[in-house]
Design a protein around this ligand. Structure first.
Ligand SMILES: *[C@@H]1O[C@H](CO)[C@@H](O)[C@H](O)[C@H]1NC(C)=O
Ligand SMILES: *[C@@H]1O[C@H](CO)[C@@H](O)[C@H](O)[C@H]1NC(C)=O
Ligand SMILES: *[C@@H]1O[C@H](CO)[C@@H](O)[C@H](O)[C@H]1NC(C)=O
Ligand SMILES: *[C@@H]1O[C@H](CO)[C@@H](O)[C@H](O)[C@H]1NC(C)=O
Ligand SMILES: *[C@@H]1O[C@H](CO)[C@@H](O)[C@H](O)[C@H]1NC(C)=O
Ligand SMILES: *[C@@H]1O[C@H](CO)[C@@H](O)[C@H](O)[C@H]1NC(C)=O
Length: 547
């Protein structure tokens, strides 16, 4: 069993957590009870409910998104821990296990979820991760878990390689845990942020004031006492509002730095138990089941050339000897010379978070002569820029706007992706790769939808003025495993929203790396290792230079 344990907090989260724990405790003004603002005339009764219009989408689209994000679960409140799914009693088996299979066959795995009394669950909603692996062959393939809403789940695995394979199933979060997360998402931010104001005090001496900041959105924003509310920073283009408590001495114009603050998951102590190490991210035991796969002369067909508008099948590909063989399109392998020639005369814009910074860093290490310029920014916070003069390669990276869980950095360096995109002229030489996921996992889904709607508008404007621009959306990674600090289940929901909202736009590339980060044999990590990043870069370059 212990081999299966994955209850390891990723380094990223650990770092966030440690820094917040180390922060000086900042005394908050007394927080008064929230009273919803008086409703606007045209609104339905409950003004705190976000409408499709608030999110900048149509009612039909909202219905579609809600349906896509619908997740089964318990009907009522959870009152006892023994009602929740037990990773110890939950089992899986391979249906009708045969002696041998051929490459291209599929196997079906059935997972039976049981509670702590060893009783089969009567409803669905457990979130599992399933993969088929062979460590010796450095091979892995993802399996999509289908929920039958009766405690039974099935996973169909393609057998894409020759040799042996074994199934791995993890209970990431129980249906009861998902229920608790769902309950609190729209109500309150799960994290605080800080703002630093710096400027001259009464006697001309520089003063620094640290206050609390957060997103202004629906009823899920922070509520400070009237005297302290608020400095509002509105992004004109998107209408997004970031709010800080009003500093006592300095005016709102002296806002200089942004910083993530403490986590404040609103669940009760009882509900928190559902997120304990023992119950989340745990491998499910099964009888030994070696699957032996023999060659099939015709094998699996070659996918088409990489281009925008392709959908991601399940499986999206598989690892073999650490090389990701994509079924989306024909992914090439690039050596450093080929990388240089592909990127020559290109301007790359990586936007988002540390997971696109990994792309920047990878190329910096693997494109000879690409040199980072000194922009006098922090090497992890950015913005960053690198150039290669011989072949005229220019590469930028910067984070997305608020909210962002980064260490202290200048607030003026946080640009909303949509706004940033409006300042990119675009063209045949321009490649924009963005991600928008990990830092949104502690905020309401409606906020996410609003932001994605704005990004979509900006992408459409970019493609209208410069249709030859390459726009790549990188999905969120697996590996947010600390549950109440951001979790894989919610990342998956965010990915669903992003994919759905761009599904009608043919000239963008949706690079779904969920499966790639989920089925590798290494421990999942929100910051995947070099092997995975290298394969992702090959995929990006295959879209930029398909032949
Ligand atoms: C689990 O078993 C205990 C002891 O037998 C019993 O009191 C409890 O009701 C059971 N819980 C469920 C959810 O069946
Ligand atoms: C397993 O073997 C049985 C009997 O030979 C056959 O009917 C079935 O299709 C096989 N299953 C798979 C997945 O190949
Ligand atoms: C090999 O696989 C292909 C597609 O997966 C299938 O159509 C074909 O029948 C298989 N060939 C053999 C010899 O099993
Ligand atoms: C659960 O539902 C599936 C699909 O409807 C069905 O095949 C299966 O027999 C059900 N299992 C139980 C234990 O009721
Ligand atoms: C992987 O497959 C090879 C070749 O089929 C086999 O010898 C080996 O035991 C397998 N390793 C694991 C860890 O399953
Ligand atoms: C800020 O203003 C208050 C009065 O409003 C004053 O008591 C305090 O000394 C000032 N602090 C600084 C650092 O200037």
């Amino acid at each position: 069993m212990s081999d299966y344990r994955l209850g390891r907090v990723s380094l990223f989260l650990l770092a966030c957590f440690l820094t917040s724990a180390c922060l000086v405790f900042w005394r908050l003004p007394t927080v008064r009870r929230f009273h919803p603002p008086s409703p606007k005339p045209a609104r339905p009764k409950n003004a705190s409910i976000i409408s499709a219009q608030d999110m900048g989408i149509t009612q039909e689209e909202w219905d579609r998104l809600r349906k896509a994000c619908d997740w089964p679960g318990p009907d009522g409140e959870i009152t006892r821990l023994d009602q929740s799914t037990s990773p110890v009693h939950t089992t899986f088996s391979v249906e009708g296990l045969n002696d041998t299979y051929k490459v291209g066959d599929t196997i079906r795995v059935t997972i039976t979820a049981r509670d702590h009394n060893n009783t089969v669950k009567s409803y669905g909603g457990d979130f599992f991760r399933a993969k088929l692996l062979n460590l010796t062959l450095k091979a892995g393939v993802y399996g999509e878990v289908v929920d039958h809403s009766n405690g039974t789940y099935t996973v169909d695995f393609l057998l894409p390689w020759e040799g042996q394979a074994q199934v791995d199933v993890f209970l990431i979060i129980s249906s009861e845990g998902v229920h608790v997360l769902n309950k609190y998402f729209e109500s309150k931010p799960h994290i605080r942020y800080h703002g630093y104001f710096e400027g001259p005090g009464a006697d001309g001496v520089k003063i620094v004031e640290k206050v609390e900041c957060n997103v202004k959105w629906g009823s899920a924003h922070a509520h400070w006492s009237k005297a302290n509310c608020c400095c509002e920073y509105k992004d004109v283009q998107t209408g997004s509002v970031w709010q800080c408590e009003r500093p006592r001495n300095l005016s709102c114009d002296y806002w200089v730095y942004h910083e993530h603050g403490e986590h404040q998951f609103p669940a009760t102590p009882f509900e928190r138990q559902l997120f304990s190490r023992k119950l989340t991210n745990v491998g499910i035991a099964a009888e030994k089941h070696i699957i032996t796969v023999l060659p099939n002369a015709s094998g699996i067909g070659e996918p088409e050339r990489c281009r925008p508008g392709l959908t991601t099948p399940v499986p999206a590909g598989f690892y073999f000897q650490d090389v990701w063989k994509s079924f989306v399109c024909n992914t090439r392998r690039f050596n450093s010379q080929q990388r240089t020639s592909c990127l020559s005369n290109k301007i790359l814009h990586f936007l988002g978070d540390s997971t696109t910074r990994q792309y920047f860093e990878f190329l910096e290490r693997n494109v000879p002569g690409l040199k980072r310029m000194n922009l006098y920014t922090h090497h992890k916070n950015g913005p960053l820029m690198a150039v290669e003069l011989k072949n005229n390669i220019i590469m930028h990276w910067r984070t997305h706007g608020f909210p962002l869980r980064f260490p202290k950095m200048p607030a003026s360096d946080l640009h909303y992706i949509s706004t940033e995109m409006d300042y990119i002229t675009g063209g045949r030489e321009t490649v924009v790769v963005f991600t928008f996921s990990a830092h949104m996992t502690l905020h309401p889904l409606t906020l996410y939808i609003h932001r994605v709607a704005k990004i979509r508008e900006a992408v459409l404007r970019l493609l209208k003025r410069s249709p030859e621009t390459t726009v790549i959306i990188k999905s969120g990674n697996t590996g947010l495993t600390a549950m109440e600090y951001g979790n894989e289940w919610y990342t998956r929901q965010l990915n669903t929203v992003m994919r759905e909202m761009f599904s009608d736009i043919d000239n963008v590339i949706y690079m779904d790396v969920w499966q790639m980060t989920s089925c590798h044999y290494t421990h999942v990590n929100i910051h995947p290792g070099n092997v995975i990043i290298s394969n992702e870069i090959d995929m990006i370059l295959s879209f930029v230079c398909p032949s």
